[in-house]
Unconditional design. Sequence first.
Length: 236
Amino acid sequence: MPVSPTATTTTVVLERRFNGPPGTANGGYAGGIVARHVDGPAHVSLRRPVPLDRALALERHDDGHVTLHDGDVLIAEGDPALPLDDVEPPHRPSLDEARAAAATRPAAWPEAFGDCWVCSPRADGLGVVFGPLARQPGMTGAVLCAGDGGELAPEIVWAALDCPSYTPPLWGNAQPSLLASLHAELLAPVPAGEPLAVVGWSLGGEGRKHRSATAILAPGGELLARAEALWIRLRG
């Protein structure tokens, strides 16, 4: 695919440790890399699995459209999006509730996510392990605590918003679902080094498609970031 003559082009490399399914990037993290170059709330669609440890061309176009390419192949694209004013968690868990949910991650978990940098219990991972909330078992709860101070980079926030959107209606299927798109809005700086509750809930689905939402909460329950996700179940 030729580079637009009016586009601003840069090269990005997603390190191997930022994996989701084996050998490919975590979808939320990859989406956040694209969203860094979009002004305000962003909607990012993943067109192909995003490769790791490879130089990728990122283009920002005059109209705000951002594309990510692996050679001639379009991998992802992002656009400015409207605020997510209607995205409100049905229940805002306390940090203790979120911790308890994270400790009850289902034992039977898709092999594709077994070593995910975001949601697996890897020592070098982000640690956003999630499970069902006790008071609202149709929702997920997790804890985000990363970094040593300041605020988290957008791609870290996007990564934390990704995995807990894999809500209970997606569990137990013969084939896992993969993230197809994420529409996220960062409402306030997300502090690093401070434990924060993350919550996810279903927005319904049809056929192989399922929509869900997530939010990162301040200690007092205020929304720091929120997102809507589209998941598509792999064919059997």
